[in-house]
Ligand binder design. Sequence first.
Ligand SMILES: [Zn+2]
Length: 271
Amino acid sequence: MFLSRLGRGTFAVAVLGVTAAACGGDPSDEAFTPRLTTEAPADDPPADTTTTVAAPESTTAPSTTTPGGTPVTWQRVSLGFVSAYVLARDGEAAVVDTGVAGSAADVAAALEMLGLGWNAVGHVILTHSHGDHVGSVGEVLTQAATATGYAGAADIPQITSPRELVAVSDGDTVFGLQIVATPGHTPGHVSVFDSPGRLLVAGDALNGTDAMGGESGGVAGANPQFTADLVAADDSVRKLASLDVDTILFGHGEPVVGGAADKLAELAASI
Ligand SMILES: [Zn+2]
């Protein structure tokens, strides 16, 4: 319960297990521009009838905010070699990926750690169609009986779901989360970005370095072994590097919590 009450700027971080393995990333050549709020200049003369809404004073404000700008609180659902995630905000939750078949109880445990139950889950976002990410979508959408499921259009035909999935595209917003098209690992791969929290759920567009045989704590690209289009995947890495990211949650590998921007920029520059 207390976790659901956490305020702005606070993350609940729980590392429940170990991850290792990998999938890939992906491309798209459009530049991605994060949405920023605009503020009216404070010193404009009140020369007309236009109403100017003053920006609230803040001593702790991050440089970037979005409408409804409370950062999500997140919980990792660590399922051995793959992870899913629960993102919560204001007593509601989105589940990003569902793990292999039989993972619903683990998702429920993560919800519980956030002080929530299945009835709080309004959204289930699938980063891509691979079985280690969509294996429990049936169980999860059955438990979260009122939730809407989403995936990239190109991946939806490969996903078996108890309810029709909603196709999401680059720039769409779900639960205040920005959908970033990151094709390459699969054609319809999407990543999920919480701008207020500078939090990226990368699916298999990126990997933790430990999932690629290295030390944990770093950021690697899509796993060539499982990636459909490596050129596209590299384009997607560069696209993700244009985001103002501080934390990255991977499908495979230990999350990078804080300081992710430099690591991602370094990766993007190296490919
Ligand atoms: Zn994959």
